[in-house]
Ligand binder design. Structure first.
Ligand SMILES: Cc1cc2nc3c(=O)[nH]c(=O)nc-3n(C[C@H](O)[C@H](O)[C@H](O)COP(=O)(O)OP(=O)(O)OC[C@H]3O[C@@H](n4cnc5c(N)ncnc54)[C@H](O)[C@@H]3O)c2cc1C
Ligand code: FES
Length: 286
């Protein structure tokens, strides 16, 4: 075997970029927030992405996995992820500390069509970890507030302690240019001041929706989609203006391995954002 040290091929699309963890802290019992900066400053600043895209995050010796980018492209330099501990890679990520290195490659996927959403009302419905990709587009809309009409956020969690970005969303409730409605299925603290019930119980709080001028963005646990979609259709929001970000098993992220394929669709390239219209025609997407 030739053990001579070889230069890495810079054109290898699977080569991760070393990135340093700037901040990390728990969001819930099993979800952590990671703020990272690509170590090469020039590359950190030139890492351009769209809200709704994902990156492959790797830990040396453990492997890599796809995660939605939770930060907004309107604040370049730092990338944020919120990651639930489920298995090999996420366990290894949870063992890292601030200042440690991990690997990033991407960004991948289509992201939200923000250019088409400009000038429209934006209704964001998130449940549980669905906050990870939707926080990116929410912050983008707020950073470019004059480019959108109403911005409405409906966010549901099982219990107060399980609401991801709880403090951040409570702070956003103070904004007059955002209609922010929060709910928990069950209050085990006795101190919850917002709605109690599943996320769909928040729909009566939003009045005077102009369906043709509304884009709705949805992400949450599989069970949530059926009920949220029913509410959105009741509001007469056109099916091609209901956008969902969906997760499939992915390996390469770049349309090479076929792990994420459903018929002719590669969800890593054609997704993870799909319209309800796409989903009706490709039932396997959910
Ligand atoms: C586009 C995209 C965006 C994602 N964004 C996020 C995010 O922002 N935050 C986050 O925490 N997770 C996200 N995920 C899921 C994340 O990729 C998986 O949790 C991760 O791959 C688990 O890796 P692991 O090695 O820790 O688990 P493994 O050891 O591979 O698996 C542990 C368990 O999780 C299940 N599992 C693994 N991957 C998936 C998956 N993709 N969907 C459903 N079940 C899975 C396995 O069946 C197994 O039961 C996203 C997935 C995709 C495809
Ligand atoms: S993840 Fe490999 S083709 Fe999509």
């Amino acid at each position: 075997m030739n053990l001579e040290k070889k230069e890495l091929n810079p054109n290898n699309p699977f080569l991760p970029e070393p990135a340093r963890i700037v901040r990390m802290y728990p969001l819930t019992d099993d979800v952590k927030f990671f703020q990272v900066r690509i170590a090469d400053m020039e590359k950190a600043l030139s890492f351009k992405y769209h809200a709704g895209q994902f990156a492959m995050v790797s830990v040396l010796g453990a492997g890599e996995a796809p995660f939605s980018i939770s930060s907004t492209p309107s604040r370049p330099g730092l990338l944020e992820f919120c990651i639930r501990k489920t298995g090999t890679v996420t366990n290894a990520l949870f063992k890292l500390k601030e200042n440690d290195l991990l690997g990033i490659r991407g960004p991948y996927g289509n992201g939200f069509p923000v250019e088409m959403m400009k000038g429209k009302d934006i209704l964001i419905v998130m449940g549980g970890l669905g906050a990870a990709p939707l926080r990116s587009v929410l912050l983008y809309c707020l950073d470019n507030r004059d480019q959108f009409r109403r911005v409405i956020l409906l966010h549901g969690a099982k219990r107060p302690a399980e609401m991801i970005f709880r403090e951040e969303f409570f702070a956003l409730k103070q904004r007059e240019d955002l209609e922010c409605c929060l709910a928990v299925d069950e209050d085990d603290t006795g101190q919850w001041t917002e709605n109690i019930g599943v996320v769909t119980t928040l729909f009566p709080q939003i009045k005077d929706i102009d369906p043709k001028k509304t884009y709705s963005l949805v992400c949450g646990p599989p069970v949530m989609y059926k009920f949220v979609l029913k509410e959105l259709l009741k509001l007469n929001i056109p099916k091609d203006q209901i956008l969902m970000t969906l997760e499939r098993r992915m390996k390469c992220g770049v349309g090479k391995c076929g792990h994420c394929a459903i018929d002719y669709i590669y969800t890593c390239l054609d997704g993870p954002v799909f319209t309800y219209w796409d989903v009706i025609h490709m039932r396997e997407l959910i």
